[in-house]
Design a binder for this molecule. Structure first.
Ligand code: CP
Ligand code: NVA
Length: 301
């Protein structure tokens, strides 16, 4: 039987996405021992840096009675050119699940094709679905169902933005995307979203009346040499108090972190009363526990 992977949010149905969010909220409140993944092991391959993704997956496995192995290309044969296909075949004969953070989305897709166990996308240049699980959990906790609400994405049409487009389709919210010319999200992903997504140039137009304002760094991992060019291109795209003032009065602010105060977001906004970024970061743990349970555990109790 083919294992169930989580490469993109579209690997979940709308109903599964909603159920997963409710499960994450329940798991967050649950006290006492619950070890559905006893003796199970998660292999975690990181070809890029991470704080939240690594810690949340590792803690999730420990709390679920299992364990996690951190694998960096520097210390494994992957970094010396062992083919992805061979690495996937070998690793998946020993561990129960594999989380992979890498550059090319095709790498995760190839890895999954050759893996005997579920593969989780821990971020690629194209998508960051685990983060958007946590973001949606955070919205539901603070404001209830996101269906019919308006989300404004301000800044780079990057991996996070692409996963937000998929979330808009699955959870049925409106997504206003404001990005400079040349920094739009993936065309194929956008094309699937239809009228739910509006592409705008002006951040003010995107923020107007929004229930949730989201942004991310202007230069993602792997784009370090473009930093200066991007700083100029995105100069008018900072989420500051003036932009937040255009949103709905009870709007909240999210950022997947790490953040650069004074660039994509002002300190007053990220450290202000509308910001829910610390809950959002914590929810990586709970949302991923719900995900691991869905992919690996026999039946949640
Ligand atoms: N938001 C996020 O994925 O953080 P890390 O890069 O620290 O894992
Ligand atoms: N867009 C960012 C997200 C970091 C969690 C990046 O890819 O670096």
């Amino acid at each position: 039987m083919n294992p169930r992977h989580f490469i993109s949010l579209f690997d979940l149905s709308s109903a599964e996405f909603r159920a997963l969010l409710q499960r994450a909220i329940t798991l967050k409140q649950q006290k006492g021992l619950y070890e559905p993944l006893k003796n199970k092991t998660l292999g975690m391959i990181f070809e890029k840096s991470s704080t939240r993704t690594r810690i949340s997956f590792e803690v999730a496995m420990v709390q679920f009675g299992g364990s996690a192995i951190f694998l960096s290309p520097r210390d494994t044969q992957l970094g010396r050119g062992e083919p992805i296909e061979d690495s996937a075949r070998v690793m998946s004969r020993m561990v129960d699940c594999i989380m992979l953070r890498t550059f090319s989305h095709e790498t995760v897709q190839t890895f999954a094709r050759y893996s005997r166990v579920p593969v989780i996308n821990g971020l690629t240049d194209l998508m960051h679905p685990c983060q958007v699980l946590a973001d949606m959990q955070t919205y539901f906790e603070h404001r209830g169902d996101i269906q019919g609400k308006t989300v404004a994405w301000i800044g780079d049409g990057n991996n996070m933005c692409n996963s937000y487009i998929e979330a808009a389709v699955l959870l049925d919210f409106k997504l206003h995307i404001a990005c400079p010319a040349g920094y739009k999200p993936d065309a194929a992903i956008t094309a699937q979203a239809g009228e739910r997504v509006s592409m705008l140039r002006d951040p003010k137009a995107a923020a107007a009346g929004a229930d949730l304002i989201v942004t991310d760094v202007w230069a993602s991992m792997g784009q370090e040499e473009e930093q200066e060019k991007r700083r100029q291109a995105f100069a008018d795209y900072q989420v500051d108090a003036a932009l937040m003032a255009l949103a709905a009065p009870d709007a909240i602010f999210m950022h997947c972190l790490p953040a650069h105060r004074g660039e994509e977001v002002s300190a007053a906004v990220i450290d202000g009363p509308q910001s829910v970024v610390w809950d959002e970061a914590e929810n990586r743990l709970h949302a991923q526990k719900a995900l691991l349970e869905l992919l690996l555990a026999a039946s949640p109790s």
